[in-house]
Design a protein. Structure first.
Length: 385
């Protein structure tokens, strides 16, 4: 009897469903992809990690005998060195921080608005509008940047349109002034208090940290929102189409308004899509490079300098390969930390006691009895409203 039981258990185990050799065949078919990823992704990352801890000059192999291990000297040079490298890294973080702070919320809100708009059944020509909104996302970023340089030049179409409204537009890609400082200057504030101008972080004063994005960086912010909202719109459309219509109908029967249905019903069910959009947006905005390389190369006055471009210029232009690799890995840690923080903020939380009490039966102060409660008084426990 025990032998039959053991045999039946073996027959019902998950591993018994896999025929002999299937596991080996699976590894055989995935081996080419694993090899490609290892050679072209894992190995370069490990080599760059070693370069960030070495004094490699870019000549020969980074694993040759004349390349020495220098510890965290490259990381210290860009974070606590006190020289030009630290100040440039602080400036790049300041610029990119404002870029992320403005682009991610704006592109998320715009893409969600466009998704809700083109997902409406009453809208005619929905396919046309979806294609039109998505088209900038499939266009080359270099081509979009060149077009943006033309539109936002001193004699471009944007300033020409502003002149029709009586506004003297700025010289966009040649103006290094911060937007926040410009707004403060309109009310007479041209210099900051001593505790902001006298204290620094990464070689940049707190007053400069609060300067906001430069006018030149503002043009790149508008370009990023314009080119990326279409991609995230498709993700939101997929999420909206997975929401059942019965949920919306139930909310309408309960008397919920359009805004209440969106805020209380639609948006909570889009939380997985929202997390994906925010994560992709966060990663993409911290890695902005090609627009800066094609457009301003960090100018004017290093107000469009980003960590990704600084890593490139430190390694390939200044031949500081260790510092360039160190900047790349510090940027990687920043992205990972912010992604974890974002996941923590958007996590599913348990229902609060205050919200639970809203569903308690009024007048008795007790919750309704569960359906399977067969105890005495179960039929009269519900109370009245």
């Amino acid at each position: 009897m025990s032998a039959l039981t053991t045999a039946s258990r073996r027959a019902g185990s998950p591993s018994s469903g896999i025929r002999r050799g299937e596991a080996a065949a699976g590894w055989l078919f995935t081996a080419p992809v694993l090899v490609i990823l290892g050679v072209f992704l894992l190995v370069p990352v490990l080599m760059a990690l070693w370069v960030s801890f070495s004094d490699w000059t870019g000549r020969g192999s980074p694993f040759s005998s004349n390349v020495n291990f220098v510890g965290v000297d490259n990381y210290a040079a860009v974070t606590t060195g006190g020289g030009l490298a630290e100040r440039d890294f602080g400036t790049a973080l300041r610029n990119n921080g404002w870029y992320v702070l403005l682009v991610v919320p704006l592109q998320t809100a715009l893409s969600l608005f466009l998704a809700v708009l083109v997902n409406r059944a009453v809208l005619r020509g929905r396919g046309f509008f979806r294609t039109a909104f998505y088209f900038p996302s499939v266009t080359s970023s270099v081509a979009i940047t060149v077009l943006w340089l033309f539109l936002f030049s001193a004699s471009g179409a944007v300033d020409e349109a502003l002149s029709w409204l009586g506004i003297n537009g700025p010289n966009w890609f040649s103006d290094p002034s911060g937007v926040v400082h410009n707004l403060l200057a309109t009310v007479g504030v041209t210099s900051g208090p001593a505790f902001l101008t006298g204290n620094t972080l990464l070689g940049v004063s707190w007053w400069d940290w609060l300067a906001g994005p430069s006018v030149a960086m503002s043009a790149f912010i508008l370009m990023a929102v314009f080119t990326t909202s279409g991609t995230f719109m498709l993700l939101f459309i997929a999420g909206l189409q997975n929401i059942g219509g019965d949920v919306q109908e139930a909310a309408m029967m309960d008397g919920a308004t359009g805004w209440q249905r969106f805020w209380r019903v639609t948006l909570p069910q889009l939380k997985p899509v929202l997390f994906t959009v925010l994560t992709l947006g966060l990663i993409g905005t911290w890695q902005v490079f090609d627009q800066i390389y094609t457009g301003t190369q960090g100018g004017p006055g290093k107000t469009t300098l980003t960590p990704a471009y600084l890593s490139y210029s430190s390694a390939f232009l200044s031949q500081q390969w260790g510092q360039g690799a160190a900047i790349a890995f510090v940027l990687f840690l920043i992205i990972v930390a912010l992604t974890i923080l974002q996941r923590f903020v958007l996590r599913d939380r348990p229902v609060s006691r205050r919200r639970i009490r809203q569903y308690e039966v009024r007048g008795t102060g007790t919750s309704p009895a569960p359906a399977d409660d067969k105890g005495p008084g179960a039929g009269s426990r519900g109370g009245t409203r």
